[in-house]
Design a binder for this molecule. Structure first.
Ligand SMILES: [Zn+2]
Length: 121
């Protein structure tokens, strides 16, 4: 049997699927590199509260136009070290620190008291 476009399509779809972040799908992601200067002090705030220390350089920051699976979200953390924020909210302290806390704790839940202590819940 020869391989027609019918057997080719599932392979293309399978490969495309590997590039989708499991927790969500950022629309129009663009690298935020270097991150805005404010991020360094926000990272320190998140570190101080969580008690975790890590180099911010290990984390990749992105802007996004939206999130397909979470239409009302302003930010998204994707393990292990990708943070997406809406382009319009990239300088919003609450949005960015919220995702930084997820990144430092390596957890997607909101059990940490830091979300309320830092007022980024
Ligand atoms: Zn969150």
């Amino acid at each position: 049997m020869t391989c027609s476009s019918r057997c080719w399509n599932p392979l293309v779809l399978a490969l495309a699927g590997t590039f989708v972040a499991p927790q969500g799908r950022p629309v129009g992601p663009a690298p935020l590199d270097p991150p805005p200067p404010q991020y360094a002090s926000w990272w320190q705030e998140a570190q101080a509260c969580t008690g975790r220390r890590a180099s911010m350089r290990s984390t990749h920051f992105w802007t996004a136009l939206g999130f397909l699976n979470y239409p009302s979200e302003t930010g998204l953390w994707s393990a292990p070290h990708d943070i997406y924020v809406l382009t319009v909210d990239r300088l919003d302290r609450n949005v960015v620190i919220h995702e930084m806390v997820h990144d430092l704790l390596q957890r997607g839940d909101h059990d940490s008291s830091c979300f309320t202590e830092l007022d980024v819940g």
